[in-house]
Write a protein that binds this ligand. Structure first.
Ligand code: HDE
Length: 733
């Protein structure tokens, strides 16, 4: 019926309908479709386009808005209706305007990354705090106080681009340093070791963890037959499995996790001397993870939990920071070390080689456009700079081929380095030219070197020179003997954990293996665990319901029991001492005491935490003094799993109503089960009664009698969880 109307007439009609059918108050809340000054609705990104200014009438705003064009710049008269033969006739192929629009739309996607598809990036800087000029000539490590721009992309590995953030998975931690001598990409993970020793096995590892090919599921989950079958036949992965089954694989926030370069790299100084180096990122916010039961629920409540958290923190000016740490050592140490420094399934305990903090990474700017930056960023391990070099780690060597190859496929052009997110911020000068989407072509007659005209020349002094490493050997396919110990460091990791963390590892193994249908695979994994720790193997066997322990898997090397526990490997032994950067959820009802809410909020903010108000209705509540308190979430959209600590402040009537609401009862039962600190006022107790937690209320439940009690509650929250509750809050394993 509206086919004959132009777009503008349609909009005006829609507006007049709103005007005639709604009260003025309702209309005020309806976003003005023509006022593009509203955040998020502006038409920008095209040269010469400006947004309208607020306060104009609809008609004049529409008249003065910039004219929409095709990609060729031709003005468009109608963006609502395609060209057809008569009002009800077929569409005409001649409609170059509609075809131009659909053409662009049809190509909006590029191939998602095969691994690390789901990611989230942010800009920031790296500031050098200690000069490393004695051990590396890398420009980024010369001048204390100098800031180098960076882009960091965090990711999960196994899931597709649209998968949930809290999968049990390794997190990617990839940093692009835009240095004055070229881009350096440190493409690391939040776990310092890897599943495999040789890049040749990477496709098998990834195939095994991804969706099973006949059914296309499960996605973003290692809890299935293929993964555990592969792992059970790959003893070298056992150290990594200990990490992946630990709480490291379910971080509370991307801000609360460590990062690692994983491989041993080289620093090379001005004299050409090489020093081995391992890179670490230490979060200034401290480490924190979720519980598995919590992770599962977060994935349902907010699959974007991690990206939203990072976005919110940066938008609020609470910029996450990491310290860059380095472990450096020479050939002598490498020779004496119990394991091969080229083996990416091994780490060097911090107790043996301390981590030296040399600078800080600050993330202070979210992206302007997710696709242009986070999706199109192309990390390549072979992007190194003078002063940094590779080692012969066979995983790293194959990565150096794979990343460039992958970017060509994903971005479709050898000129992907010209995209702003990938372009170096220092001069780029060479005679490379042409190709897909070439934008920087040489000017003039000369495009070769040597030439008699001038132009860029190689520079043997400042240019990149590979470390002059002697190489000799037979051409062979073999795994070195020095890579053969697969269990000793897995054991060291396990015994370095607190009993609570050890319990989480065995629980995770039981959970994952219980999803495996093939019993011989389950048994084989237990056989590996016996080589790591007998008690762990028994716990898992018991959790799976095995009648007896299966035979231990034959080990290539016996497990060493003389490796000392390393404190640095535990999250809980290194926990933060503040509630800073954490998130408090306050559930309130009509009739709440406004002073109490305000005091709690103020105490949290003073600590550096953020606060969300949850209420039965999104418009908020009317407090006992008649004031209005706005809500950030409606109760069923703001479950307690989204917060680090919670409070329930209710009136008598409000609490009785909440007690009838399943999501309000879950709010408190989950807070209890997830060992959170919970503040409440006495009138809120009927909710706790109905939820069945009153009898279990322990020292983690803190009653607020007066507003002055708020500070004490926030101080208690610094512990993040009441671990002592865990044994009572779950089924004994
Ligand atoms: Fe990757 N990896 N990887 N990887 N990796 C990719 O590159 C690959 C490995 C890591 O946010 C891919 O652009 C091979 C170790 C991160 O964009 C691909 C091998 C570590 C990211 C690829 C490894 C990583 C990737 C997929 C074994 C930790 C995300 C799309 C030889 C040190 C970067 C892409 C981002 C991404 C290949 C092993 C970390 C296919 C062949 C070990 C953080 O090229």
């Amino acid at each position: 019926m509206m086919r004959h109307l132009t777009g503008r007439t349609q909009r005006l009609l829609a507006l007049s309908l709103v005007l005639t059918t709604n009260s003025a108050a309702v209309l005020a809340a309806v976003p003005d479709p023509l006022n593009t000054s509203d955040k998020g609705t502006s038409v920008t990104g095209q040269p010469g386009m400006e947004t309208g200014s607020a306060g104009e009438t609809h008609q004049t705003a529409a008249d003065r808005l910039p004219t929409m064009t095709t990609q060729q710049g031709m003005p468009i008269s109608d963006n609502q209706n395609s060209l057809s033969a008569g009002p009800r006739g077929p569409s005409l192929l001649e409609d170059h305007v509609a075809r131009n629009k659909l053409f662009s739309f049809d190509h909006e996607r590029i191939p998602e990354r095969v691994v690390h598809a789901r990611g989230f990036g942010a800009h920031g800087y790296f500031e050098l705090e200690k000069s490393l000029s004695d051990i590396t000539r890398a420009d980024v490590f010369q001048r204390v106080g100098e800031k180098t721009p960076v882009f960091v992309r965090f990711s999960t590995v196994a899931g597709a681009k649209g998968s949930a953030d809290l999968a049990r998975d390794v997190r990617g931690f990839a940093t692009k340093f835009y240095t004055k001598e070229g881009n350096w990409d440190l493409v690391g993970n939040n776990i310092p070791v890897f599943f495999i020793q040789d890049g040749m096995k990477f496709p098998d590892l990834v195939h095994s963890v991804k969706e099973e090919p006949d059914r296309g599921f499960p996605q973003a989950a290692s809890a299935h037959d293929n993964f555990w079958d592969f792992i059970s036949l790959t003893p070298e992965s056992m150290h990594m499995i200990m990490w992946a089954m630990s709480d490291r694989a379910i971080p509370r926030s991307l801000r609360f996790m460590e990062g690692f370069g994983v491989h041993t790299f080289r620093f090379v100084n001005a004299q050409g001397k090489s020093t081995f180096v391992k890179f670490h990122w230490k979060p200034k916010q401290g480490m924190q993870s979720v519980l598995w039961n919590e992770a599962v629920k977060i994935n349902g409540a907010d699959p974007d939990f991690h990206r939203r958290d990072l976005w919110n923190a940066i938008q609020a000016g609470s910029y996450p920071e990491w310290e860059l740490g380095i472990q450096t050592f020479d050939e002598d140490f490498a020779r004496k070390f119990d394991f091969d420094v080229l083996d990416a399934t091994k780490l060097i305990p911090e107790e043996l080689v301390p981590v030296r903090r040399v600078g800080r990474l600050v993330l202070n700017r979210t992206v302007d456009n997710f696709f242009a930056e986070t999706e199109q960023v192309a990390f390549c391990t072979q992007n190194i700079v003078p002063g940094i070099d590779f080692t012969d780690d066979p995983l790293l060597q194959l990565r150096n081929f794979s990343y460039l190859d992958t970017q060509l496929k994903r971005l479709g052009s050898p000129n992907f380095h010209l995209l702003p997110i990938n372009a170096p911020k220092c001069p780029v000068m060479n005679f490379m030219q042409d190709g897909h989407m070439a934008m920087n072509n040489p000017k003039g007659q000369i495009n070769y070197e040597p030439n008699s005209a001038g132009g860029p020349r190689e520079n043997p002094v400042s240019g990149f020179r590979s470390f002059s490493q002697p190489i000799n050997g037979h051409k062979i396919r073999v795994r070195p003997e020095s890579f053969a110990d697969h269990y000793s460091q897995a054991r060291q990791f396990y015994i370095s954990q607190t009993p609570i963390e050890q319990g989480h590892i065995s629980d995770a193994l039981v959970f994952e293996l219980s999803k495996v249908k093939k019993s011989h695979v389950r048994a084989r994994i237990v056989g590996h665990l016996e080589n790591i720790d007998k008690d762990l193997a028994s716990k898992v066997a018991n959790g799976l319901g095995l009648a007896s322990l299966p035979p231990a898997v034959q080990a290539a090397r016996p497990t060493r029991t003389d490796l000392a526990p390393s404190t640095a490997l535990s999250i809980l032994k290194n926990g933060p001492t503040s509630f800073k950067g954490r998130h408090l959820g306050i559930l309130i009802t009509d009739g709440v005491e406004a002073r109490m809410v305000a005091a709690l909020k103020a105490a949290a903010v003073k600590e550096g935490a953020s606060v969300s108000i949850i209420a039965p209705k999104i418009e908020g509540v009317t407090a006992s003094d008649g004031s209005k308190i706005k809500a950030d979430e409606k109760i069923n959209g703001g479950p307690s799993v989204l917060f680090d600590a919670v409070a329930v402040l209710a009136s008598k009537e409000g609490a009785l109503k909440l007690a009838q609401e399943p999501s309000a009862r879950d709010f408190v039962t989950d807070a209890y089960a997830h060992l959170k600190f919970v503040a409440y006022n006495a009138l809120a107790l009927p909710l706790f009664d109905k939820a069945g937690v009153t009898a279990s209320m322990d020292s983690g439940f803190i009653q607020l009698k007066n507003p002055s009690d708020a500070g004490g509650f926030i101080a208690a929250c610094r512990k993040l969880r009441l671990w002592a509750r865990e044994d009572k809050a779950k089924l004994p394993s």
